[in-house]
Ligand binder design. Structure first.
Ligand SMILES: [Zn+2]
Length: 445
């Protein structure tokens, strides 16, 4: 079995139960799995010199809409709140097809990889002009990231009181049938799986209660996870109260959408009772701080969630509402926002890094990822801290979040090198950018 030794890291951040950090640490990878962590390790295999670097577990992204990398900084959506922003972008997304879905995913995944991300979920909830979940799965295989695509859906169009145009919604029977198809085609429950599928109706304001309930039933029958958007802002909560006569947490609970196999994006407006519900049921949250700022949604009660024991991970969210896909920047923003809300001691840089790694892995049900300890998968980020961003830093681990760098030096997924010396090693990024730019221009025309 092939071995890789990552040697002599300035600091090796394990995220093991004792949260050990090893100065001058080595890490031995054997066949996709971490074989040993310590000092003075040896190998007959490949050696990566990590002098001057902080080595961390790969970051985990728990919420994204990769297709949106093709609609960044669209003028009509730049300054709108959530519902207005969606209405500005739906007509553009309606013109997407398989090529747009695949290429935008390549761009988004490459961007994530360069920011240290080794495992990402994706929430694809529109399938215009023959697009399929398969298009994003192909892109993830090309880049080499561990991938949790979710089969999203919208079924209530404008003519029935929903938000999306009728052209972007699907029949509920067809949605459920395709959910079964993609689970059969791609879901791998085994440890070390490179692809796990989740089921993810878009939001309470774009599908029926029936579809929410049926999807939960199907997910439990097939042993896959559930994901959606919840309590994103005040408008979202007002919609829930007016349409369903209850708050979002109650709505989720009534339909079977709580539990350790469920994670909800945003949850900016969860109240104390809802936080208690999520903690008791071990329902996960994908916190997306930059998107929440960009859309003016508010500051999620992350401190209260963590204190109550709610599993929390980070998400870059779609690149139309961020508009970046840099996961390390999300860790920094998560830390800063809690400090705005609760004071300078509300969240440390190390806690933000923990949420970005171990926290995200827990939210996605991956106890085989998220930490650097023997037996876990070899998903590893190597950060060069000798650059200008952190020059003069006294505490290189905290500096990762407090200062930068914003680009990883080397990245390994399942022991395979995805980023080498700050460049994506698996695809020709120049060609991806050229293709992506050409598609964006076509959409603008
Ligand atoms: Zn989202």
């Amino acid at each position: 079995m092939s071995e890789i030794l990552i040697r002599n890291a300035a600091h090796l951040v394990t995220m093991n139960p004792a949260r050990e950090e090893i100065a001058g640490g080595d890490l031995l990878v054997r066949g996709g799995v971490i074989a040993a962590v310590g000092r003075g390790l040896a190998t007959a295999g490949a050696v990566i010199d990590a002098a001057g670097c902080v080595v961390t577990p790969g970051l985990v992204n728990t919420h994204h809409h990769l297709y949106q990398t093709l609609t960044r900084a669209v003028p009509g959506g730049q300054d709108a709140l959530l519902f207005g922003w969606l209405k500005a972008l739906y007509p553009v997304w309606a013109r997407f097809g398989p090529e747009e879905i695949r290429v935008s995913a390549l761009a988004g995944l490459a961007e994530l990889a360069l920011s240290g991300c080794t495992l990402t979920s994706d929430h694809l909830y529109l399938y215009p002009n023959g697009a399929r979940l398969d298009d994003t799965v192909a892109a993830a295989a090309e880049i080499g990231l561990r991938f949790h695509p979710t089969r999203g859906a919208m079924s209530i169009g404008e003519s029935r009181g929903g938000l999306p145009p009728d052209a972007l919604v699907e029949e509920e029977a067809a949605i459920l049938k395709d959910m079964e198809r993609v689970v059969d085609a791609f879901h791998d429950p085994a440890p070390g799986a490179m692809v796990r599928v989740g089921l993810a109706p878009c939001s309470p304001f774009s599908v029926s209660r029936d579809l929410m309930r049926e999807t939960a039933r199907l997910a439990r029958d097939r042993g896959v996870m559930l994901h959606t958007h919840l309590a994103e802002n005040d408008e979202d909560v007002a919609y829930s109260l007016a349409k369903f006569g209850c708050r979002p947490g109650q709505y989720a609970e009534d339909l079977g959408w709580t539990g350790p196999d469920v994670w909800h994006a945003h949850c900016v407006r969860l109240d104390a009772d809802e936080i208690g519900l999520f903690a008791r049921s071990r329902t996960g949250v994908a916190h997306c701080p930059c998107s929440n700022c960009r859309l003016g949604s508010g500051i999620a009660p992350l401190r209260a969630m963590r204190d109550a024991g709610v599993p929390v991970g980070l998400g870059v969210d779609g690149s139309a509402s961020n508009d970046a896909g840099n996961l390390l920047a999300e860790a920094r923003q998560a830390m800063l926002l809690q400090r705005v809300a609760r004071g300078a001691d509300a969240m440390s840089a190390r806690e933000a890094l923990e949420i970005a790694t171990l926290g995200g892995a827990r939210v996605l049900g991956r106890d085989d990822c998220g930490a650097l300890e023997p037996g876990r998968r070899a998903d590893i980020a190597v950060w060069d801290i000798d650059g200008i961003e952190a020059a003069g830093a006294w505490d290189p681990v905290a500096a990762l979040v407090l200062c930068g760098p914003t680009r990883v030096r080397d990245l390994f997924v399942e022991g395979r090198q995805i980023v080498r010396d700050g460049h994506v090693a698996t695809v020709d990024l120049g060609r991806v950018i050229e293709h992506q730019t050409r598609l964006a221009r076509r959409l603008m025309a």
